[in-house]
Write a protein that binds this ligand. Structure first.
Ligand SMILES: [Zn+2]
Length: 341
């Protein structure tokens, strides 16, 4: 019976050394060490033997069992390392390959236009000021010479929050805040977000951005306004840019004008951006209405001033050829990727 054990061990050694896959290995484990395995079966046959013999064979059977366990472990480790090697061979890492790039944002076109405008006016000595987006009706309308029932309010379909307070419809109330807080000379620009109850379409949004300018001092004339805006247009759109001023109406300026620049895209001959006119209307401007100065405690017989305001979206759409204002608000990183510096 000792021979039988030797035979079992020898057979197990040969099978386990030859094993090449995990399935066979598991089968061998069951075959030799399982509850109904070869060794258990052998031990079951010892019952009829003498006690001494039974002890002796039991000891040897345990040694065989230990050895088979060791061989199983060895085979298992061998299979693991074979598997690892095979994996390395099939999935060779080429470290010279380019790395996958992550999506990266760039400054928003509205930010780019704002920054350029700010830097141009700062170079002329203007200071940037900001005001609250939730504004007093008094500053947004009344003190700007737009009393209740004034027809100009119809153009400013407003979001009222509570009686007397609304989301500002333009950046102009910051003119009032500035003049109430500071005496002339004043030269400020006001970039900021504004709100109107407009239905959203390709050219309108309920939320948009404006930039306002205000200059107040002694002997400020319409010629100063014209010179300032011509210089701005040249710095903004190029040296050959010209401006055109046409009479317009705003309650808070008198006289008022609408400013157009020679088309920044076609520079004159006409294109879809300028509707084939060669000109793009960008800005409202004028001399500060004396009533507005008076409302802010500034003596209009001593001081005069000019103001201007434009839509940042309008400039960005013109300069970058964006045809739908909604692109600016959709947070699509593909849009921003086109504005990498
Ligand atoms: Zn054009």
């Amino acid at each position: 019976m000792k021979d039988t054990l030797q035979k079992i061990l020898e057979e197990a050694r040969q099978s386990l050394q030859a094993v090449t896959d995990e399935k066979t290995l598991e089968e061998l484990r069951v075959k030799y060490l399982g509850k109904k395995g070869v060794i258990k079966e052998f031990l079951g046959q010892l019952g009829s033997l003498e006690i001494e013999m039974r002890k002796e064979l039991g000891r040897i059977a345990n040694e065989v069992k230990d050895e088979v366990e060791r061989l199983l472990e060895e085979a298992e480790n061998r299979l693991k390392s074979l598997k690892r090697e095979a994996k390395l061979k099939e999935g060779v890492v080429d470290i010279s390959l380019p790395v996958k790039s992550f999506p990266v944002g760039y400054p928003h076109p509205l930010t780019l236009v704002t920054q350029k405008m700010v830097s141009i006016f700062q170079s002329m000595g203007y200071t940037v000021v900001e005001g609250p987006e939730l504004e007093k009706e008094e500053y947004n309308f009344d003190m700007l010479n737009i009393p209740k029932h004034h027809p100009a309010r119809d153009d400013h379909d407003s979001f009222y929050v509570i009686e007397g307070w609304l989301m500002r419809t333009h950046t102009s109330p910051v003119q009032i805040r500035t003049m109430l807080a500071k005496k002339p000379p004043i030269a400020v620009i006001v970039p900021g977000r504004c709100y109107r109850r407009d239905a959203v379409d390709a050219t309108h949004s309920h939320t948009f951005h404006q930039m306002e300018g205000l200059v107040v001092g002694e002997n400020i004339s319409f010629a100063d306004l014209k010179g300032t805006l011509l210089l701005w247009a040249k710095l903004m759109f190029g040296e050959n840019t010209q401006i055109r001023l046409r009479p317009d109406y705003f309650p808070f300026t008198e006289p008022s004008a609408e400013l157009a620049v020679t088309c920044p895209v076609c520079h004159g001959p006409g294109c879809p951006v300028c509707k084939h006119t060669g000109w793009v209307e960008l800005m409202g401007c004028g001399m500060v209405e004396p009533t507005v100065l008076k409302n802010c405690g500034i003596d209009p017989s001593k001081y005069s001033g000019f103001a201007f305001g434009l839509g940042i979206e309008r400039v960005a759409m013109t300069v970058y050829g964006v045809k739908d204002i909604r692109h600016f608000y959709e947070n699509d990183i593909r849009l921003l990727e086109q504005f990498r510096a």
